[in-house]
Design a protein around this ligand. Structure first.
Ligand SMILES: [Zn+2]
Ligand SMILES: [Zn+2]
Length: 136
């Protein structure tokens, strides 16, 4: 994944590895999970480096942080705007296309400049609901 930065600027190697991973896998993962996956692929990036780079990438607007109260922060590669659904049962995160995404296009509200909007939903995912009802 070639990322456009200011002229003369390039992503550092750890950032490029992280972006390559997140953009290909299209997942929502925690820093610890990412560390585990990258370790399996024989890259030696420490957990602290992963945390620092994920934060820097989110400041660059390349990575989105998804944080639900009481849960570790999940990260994903920034693609088109979408909402997130969090399953309280299996702790998975799902992308949701909100039919009316006008909130994503909101730039100003009563004189306030809006940098970021997010819609976060929580509940029980389809898979967990099915398991629950089958068990009963
Ligand atoms: Zn679930
Ligand atoms: Zn997502």
């Amino acid at each position: 994944m070639q990322i456009k930065l200011a002229p003369g600027k390039r992503l550092t190697r750890p950032k490029q590895i992280i972006i390559d991973y997140l953009s290909v896998k299209r997942q929502h993962i925690t820093a610890e999970q990412l560390y585990g996956f990258l370790k399996g692929e024989q890259t030696t990036i420490g957990l602290a480096t992963i945390y620092r780079n994920l934060n820097e990438l989110s400041e660059l607007g390349l990575v989105r942080r998804i944080s639900y109260a009481g849960q570790p922060v999940f990260y994903e590669y920034c693609r088109e705007p979408h909402a997130h659904f969090y399953c309280e049962q299996c702790h998975s995160i799902h992308d949701i296309q909100v039919p009316d995404n006008s909130i994503d296009n909101l730039k100003y509200w009563q004189g306030h400049y809006i940098k970021e909007t997010k819609i976060e939903l929580r509940g029980i995912c389809e898979k967990c609901l099915k398991e629950y009802f089958i068990m009963k």
